[in-house]
Design a protein around this ligand. Structure first.
Ligand code: SAM
Ligand code: SF4
Length: 439
């Protein structure tokens, strides 16, 4: 039997890309590929790219440049670009970097095996369609290999919100939800293979409205259905839009045992003027009221968020409103970005904030978030929390995992195995993680 061909995938960006990379590896598994961790011994290199900020796209071009030597040494090496940069700049990539053999958009990667075959016969292959067929259905079922205790599962894709800064509606297309039975089937299969925690993914996951046995099902309905799967211990979901936080989903945070007390709820800005210009369709007050309702349902819920600083025309007062909102919410975690103009989006055409002003604001905001994050983490000391152990730690006998609130936790001299969900008493808090003992 011929040696299997080797596939090296490098993944940029969001968790959906992590999930997509797994599925692409499975699709190419059918063409005889196994994954390798080093590009040097690969027969195919695939970059699964992110287009959300300018730097993300530039990184792809510089990475491609690095493969010149490998391609010269092995002319049979095929190089592909997948993901959102592929979608946005398909032809441009082929023009700018002639060593690329294949470009595939995020909605077309089920066609990778045919595309790979095309490159093997000496042609270039480009597919950035939004095909009518369901790519998930066309992919082979996940092979029955054992898995780690946590997994991502994409349930919804695309976005119809068109925030003025964002490329997602253009690169990932219109919002679509997968049917409930397919998601439950995939979840059961993951659990059979050792998965204990599933994070449901979608660009707007809380807008989920997939076809279910009793008609259209909400995200809360899907979570309740997953809650019935024996062996599945934890459910999370990301990323949510404030306007799609429905009553049943808020209620589930208080009543659904497997739904973890953590919510990523991006607000982007605390200024109503900027929120309006961002086309966010919510206000700071509606967001703050939503946080109150969530905390009424689940008092210990950890709130995480996304912020953009230096959005066009953001004034000092607007920025002060953002800091004030952060003070009011008290974030347990947050991601913050300097605004990056994206070609084709409305905000890219507007008067821009000076880069040094945006840099200074980003630093100030991040310092505040870091303080809040640390305070929330330190407050866990003395509490007993659930920890799902994932792998051995750096020290002999140590195990590491995540708490219900998604804090990293390590336990020394630990009898637990990967996949065990244990009660752990937190004894100390370090810069990035908590230390505990089995309770
Ligand atoms: N759908 C999610 C939401 O509504 O917030 C977020 C999806 S986006 C992939 C993740 C984050 O990237 C956004 O929340 C935003 O903070 C950031 N982002 C998106 N476009 C950006 C841009 N042009 N410049 C800087 N940050 C951006
Ligand atoms: Fe982008 Fe999220 Fe806005 Fe959709 S809701 S346009 S994904 S930031």
């Amino acid at each position: 039997m011929a040696d299997p061909k080797k596939l090296f995938i490098k993944t940029y960006g969001c968790q959906m890309n992590v999930y997509d990379s797994e599925r692409m590896a499975e699709a190419l598994g059918g063409s005889g590929y196994v994954e390798t961790r080093t590009p040097e011994d690969a027969d195919m290199i695939l970059l699964n790219t992110c287009h959300i900020r300018e730097k993300a796209a530039e990184k792809v071009y510089s990475e491609l440049g690095r493969y010149k030597g490998l391609k010269a040494a092995n002319p049979d090496l095929k190089i592909g670009v997948a993901g959102c940069v592929a979608q946005a700049e398909g032809d441009e990539i082929m023009r700018r970097q002639p060593l690329v053999d294949l470009v595939v958009g995020p909605q077309a990667y089920h066609r990778l095996p045919e595309m790979e075959a095309r490159t093997r016969s000496g042609h270039k292959a480009l597919d950035t369609d939004f095909p009518a067929e369901d790519k998930f259905e066309h992919l082979k079922a996940r092979p029955k290999a054992a898995r780690g205790p946590t997994a991502f599962l994409t349930v919804q894709e695309g976005c119809d919100k068109f925030c003025a800064f964002c490329v997602v509606p253009y690169t990932r297309g219109a919002e679509v939800s997968r049917p409930v039975d397919r998601i439950l089937g995939e979840a059961r299969d993951l659990v059979e293979r050792g998965v204990r925690e599933i994070t449901l993914l979608g660009q707007n996951v809380n807008a989920y409205h997939g076809a279910g046995p009793d008609g259209e099902t909400t995200l809360a309905g899907l979570i309740w259905a997953l809650n019935d799967i024996d062996g599945l211990e934890r459910i999370r979901f990301t990323t949510s839009h404030p306007n799609d936080m429905s009553d049943d989903l808020i209620a589930a945070h208080g009543t659904c045992e497997k739904l973890m007390p953590y919510l990523h709820l991006p607000v982007q800005s605390g200024s109503d003027r900027i929120l309006k210009r961002m086309n966010r369709a919510h206000t700071r007050d509606s967001y703050l009221a939503l946080i109150d309702r969530l905390r009424a349902a689940r008092p210990d819920i950890l709130i995480s968020g996304d912020f953009i600083v230096g959005f066009p025309e953001e004034s000092d007062e607007d920025f002060a409103d953002t800091l004030d909102l952060i003070e009011r919410v008290g974030y347990g975690q947050a991601f913050s970005f300097k605004y990056s103009p994206r070609p084709g989006t409305p905000a890219a055409e507007r008067p821009q904030v000076a880069p040094d002003v945006a840099d200074a604001r980003l630093q100030e905001l991040q310092a505040l978030i870091t303080r809040q994050q640390r305070a929330r983490q330190d407050a866990m000391v003395g509490q007993t929390v659930g920890v799902l152990f994932e792998k051995p730690g750096r020290l002999p006998g140590q195990m590491v995992g995540k708490s219900d609130h998604l804090h990293a936790v390590h336990v020394d001299d630990c009898a637990a195995r990967p996949g065990d969900l244990c009660a752990v008493r937190i004894v100390s808090s370090g810069p990035n993680s908590l230390a505990g003992i089995l309770a």
